[in-house]
Each structure stands twice: as C-alpha cells, then as structure tokens.
Design a protein around this ligand. Structure first.
Ligand SMILES: NC(=O)c1ccc[n+]([C@@H]2O[C@H](COP(=O)([O-])OP(=O)(O)OC[C@H]3O[C@@H](n4cnc5c(N)ncnc54)[C@H](OP(=O)(O)O)[C@@H]3O)[C@@H](O)[C@H]2O)c1
Length: 250
C-alpha cells in the first residue's frame, strides 16, 4: 500500500503522512525542505521515499507522475498550499502567481494524472485539501480564498463524474478551519481564534476520506461556518470575512 502526500514536510501534511504510516502505508513525501522530510522519514515506521521538489514549477508535477505512474498508488493527498494576506493591489503579483501555480495548477495536474491511473485500476483515494475559505469570498486574502473555491468546486465535479461512471475510485475534499501549522507564519498573520490541532484535522480527514465522504469539515465550529455560508448572502459573509482577515493583522 503506497500513498503520495504533497506538502508533507510540515503541518497538516506532516500529520497526514504520520497517520497514513500508522495505517500501514508506505509513503512518498513531497515538499521542498529536504531536512524536514528526512526528519519525518526517520519518525515513521513504514518505508518512505523523499521527493524534494518545488511544485510551483509545472514540470515537477509531470516529473512526479512519471516517477510513480507505474506503481499502484492507492492514496494521493494534494495538501501543499499557502496563503497571502493583504489588499489585492498591495500583494506581490509574482507571489500570487506562485500561489495559483501551487494551490490550483499543481493540484489540478496531479489529480488529473493520478486519477487516470486509478481509474484504470478502478481503485484509489484522492484527498484534495481546500479550506473553510473554499465556501467563501475572502477580502484581504482574495487569491487564497479563490484558489480554495477552485479546489472545492473541482473536487465536487470529479466526484459526480466518478459516481455516474460507477467507479470505485473515491475523491474527497478536506476543508479545515484555522489549524496550528506554519501557515500563518508563511502568510504573515496571527490567528484571532483558537486553532485546531493539525493531528486532529489530519486524522479526521483521512478517516472520512476512507469513509468515502465527499466534503470533510473538521470541527463543530467550522461545520456551523459552513451552514452560515449557505444560509447568509455572499454580501454578508464576505464582509464578515473582511473583518476577520483585518483583525488578523493585529
Ligand atoms: N493551517 C490552516 O489554518 C489551514 C486552514 C485551512 C486549509 N489549510 C490548507 O492546508 C494545507 C497545508 O497547510 P498547513 O496549514 O499545514 O501549512 P504549512 O505548515 O505551511 O504546510 C504547507 C506545506 O506545503 C509545502 N509547500 C509550500 N510551498 C511548496 C512548493 N512550492 N512546493 C512543494 N511544497 C510546498 C510546505 O513544504 P516546504 O516549505 O518544505 O516546501 C509544507 O509542507 C494548505 O493547502 C493550506 O491551504 C490550512
């Protein structure tokens, strides 16, 4: 049993890797920081291969698929991602493009490439990591929220295709709320609410993925946010999102 986890060097991806190893999976750990990846490799009990690569470079998604297309990959977790905080005209355009390359393009490529292999075997699980932000518009984090909207919408659409085809390949989308990881450091903000533990989010996500649940939202509070996003108009929820994001700068 083998699983690929992107963004395995830290946070949610690190905990997902550890948990999949506890479940007996050999792993392919993908991220840029080779030292962190080696640490996880030493920590886990099953076999783990390290692929140190920058997934904002499109050629690396092709390369990752080339490396593993002939192996029976049972689980793919598209977790690598990051956020940028600030008004649209003040954030760096090159950084925005990197966000789109990682949060959208790499996730899209790896889903499409490995899904085709899984469909041939009629077996496998894909977990795409979106966010509670995937249900919302996010002023002051506009690109990030929009990227997570893509992940949610894309995954839901594929889920329906698979169901209509009667496929035994399963795809899920994990939509966590604030979680204690390196995410905030990278986005240069502070949480204004008590964050969830990465271990809880990771284990909840993997368990629900194996239960074949489509949209996975860890935590009661975040489930309520999801319900609110359906009940209240976008004009209201995006104003609330603005206040939350503005508060994060304090
Ligand atoms: N933490 C939260 O509050 C929260 C909430 C909702 C959703 N999420 C989502 O959860 C996912 C994991 O984030 P996290 O919270 O665990 O943050 P994190 O601790 O910063 O982890 C991000 C992971 O992505 C990898 N990564 C970043 N840029 C990369 C690149 N160019 N190429 C390859 N790998 C790259 C990082 O590894 P390297 O730096 O070693 O490359 C790291 O392993 C993200 O998709 C994030 O959007 C997080």
């Amino acid at each position: 049993m083998k699983a690929i986890v992107t963004g395995a060097s830290s946070g949610i991806g690190r905990q997902i890797s550890i948990y999949l190893s506890e479940l007996g999976y050999d792993l392919v750990l993908v991220a840029r920081d080779i030292r962190n990846l080696r640490e996880i490799q030493r920590e886990i009990k099953t076999k783990a291969e390290i692929v140190a690569m920058d997934l904002t470079d499109r050629s690396n998604s092709w390369k990752l698929h080339e490396m593993y297309k002939n192996e029976p990959i049972e689980v793919l977790v598209n977790n690598a991602g990051f956020g940028i905080h600030g008004p649209v005209t003040e954030t760096n355009l090159e950084k925005d493009l990197e966000l789109i390359d990682l949060n959208i393009t790499a996730l899209h490529m790896l889903t499409k490439l490995f899904l085709a292999d899984m469909k041939k075997r009629n077996f496998g699980y894909i977990l795409n990591v979106s966010s509670i932000a995937g249900f919302l518009s996010g002023p002051l984090m506009a690109e990030y929220y929009a990227s997570k909207n893509f992940v949610l919408s894309y995954t839901r659409a594929i889920h329906t295709e698979l169901k209509k085809e009667g496929s035994d390949v399963h795809i899920s989308v994990l939509c966590p709320g604030p979680t204690k990881t390196n995410f905030n450091k990278v986005a240069n903000v502070n949480f204004n609410t008590k964050p969830y533990k990465a271990k809880y989010v990771a284990e909840y996500g993997i368990n629900k993925m194996f239960d074949e649940k489509l949209v996975i939202i860890p935590g009661i509070k975040m489930k309520l946010v999801h319900i609110a996003s359906k009940l209240f108009p976008n004009s209201l929820t995006r104003n609330v999102a603005y206040m939350i994001q503005k508060d994060k700068l304090k």
